[in-house]
Design a protein around this ligand. Structure first.
Ligand SMILES: NC(=O)c1ccc[n+]([C@@H]2O[C@H](COP(=O)([O-])OP(=O)(O)OC[C@H]3O[C@@H](n4cnc5c(N)ncnc54)[C@H](OP(=O)(O)O)[C@@H]3O)[C@@H](O)[C@H]2O)c1
Length: 295
């Protein structure tokens, strides 16, 4: 495919860890142009970085888009779940595509490696959570290859430094949304999500462990499906790797993945930024291909 003549204009709402990393990544895209970086505080680190990069900035939050509806076609929301409920209604009224990186779960849950095609038909998609993006594809292949998945438990550890106030205020939503996503995409009867914010220095790499209690674990069926799924994810998150498994341990299937980031805003330990931001960008680029008819 030739590089496109026209790019999809995107706005980023939220100038914290997720929003700023997303900005840096979006500037490398052949399909997207960041035409507004929007927060509520002009002196925040993210705003200053956007200004240095020559991206138009505003501290007027969602009002900026209401007052300048022609500033963008698609909006990434990297604020908080509570704020997204308000933003979603405004963006719907203005006819903007919304890619929600908060765990608000207003739009349909989206994990590109699993359900990209059906998400491209929606105007508001929810990127679940970082732990969800790392574990749901694994839970999905477990659901596809194993009989009677009774229980799936997912434990993610991220460096405390990489979890901004927006993440901390959304911990309950993180748990509910990750558990709902695991259930939806695996068919498991019960699911549990745990998030550790690890304060260690030097900072720890993002790591996610998936445990599944199934009837008669079938590793031979799981292995090739898991390998295919990992390759699909690596196409948009290059630092995603299985570091253990699949193995059977105490009658449970266990798989551990580590996600290293590209080191765009925070150093590579913050794979939690990359796993959700690369997924969101992959969705946005596919929206661009669909809606601007590059095909
Ligand atoms: N960090 C992660 O690993 C991660 C991974 C996946 C998903 N998420 C989700 O992403 C969201 C952001 O997390 P984060 O870690 O990036 O938090 P953060 O660093 O606190 O960033 C949130 C940003 O949003 C801004 N903001 C809040 N309400 C706003 C509003 N109404 N209008 C405009 N800007 C607003 C904040 O502005 P101020 O600077 O003025 O406070 C802040 O800059 C959370 O919902 C979190 O659950 C985070």
């Amino acid at each position: 495919m030739n590089p496109p003549q026209k790019k999809l204009r995107v706005a980023i709402l939220g100038s914290g860890n997720i929003g700023t990393d997303l900005l840096i990544k979006s500037m490398r895209s052949n399909y997207l142009e960041c035409t507004a970086f929007i927060g509520r505080n002009l002196v925040s680190q993210g705003m200053q970085m956007a200004q240095k990069l020559g991206v138009p900035i505003s501290s007027n939050s969602i009002s900026h888009i209401e007052e300048n509806p022609d500033c963008c076609d698609l909006v990434f929301d990297a604020t908080t779940a509570k704020d997204h409920f308000i933003h979603a209604a405004v963006l719907k009224k203005l006819g903007k595509i919304a890619i929600d990186l908060t765990p608000a779960k207003v739009g349909g849950m989206c994990v590109p490696a699993v359900n990209m095609e059906e998400c491209l038909k929606q105007n508001n998609v929810n990127m679940v959570t970082c732990g969800g993006q790392a574990s749901i594809p694994i839970a999905h292949v477990i659901g596809k290859t194993q009989k009677d998945v009774e229980y799936i438990e997912v434990v993610s550890s991220i460096a405390s430094r990489s979890a901004g106030p927006g993440t901390r205020v959304n911990l309950d939503e993180y748990i509910h949304t990750t558990e709902a996503g695991l259930k939806l995409f695996s068919g498991a009867q019960r699911t549990k999500a745990i998030l550790n914010l690890n304060p260690a220095h030097p900072c720890i790499n993002m790591q996610t462990t998936v445990f599944a209690k199934v009837d008669n674990p079938n590793i031979d069926a799981l292995k090739p499906e898991l390998e295919r799924m990992v390759k699909t994810i690596q196409a948009y998150v290059p630092g995603y790797n299985v570091i253990l498994g699949p193995i059977v341990e105490n009658g449970r299937i266990a798989v551990i993945v580590r996600v290293l980031g590209l080191g765009d805003y925070l150093p590579p330990y913050a794979g939690n930024l990359d796993i959700i931001n690369c997924a969101a960008l992959s969705m946005a680029e596919n929206f661009a291909i669909e809606r601007l008819e590059y095909k």
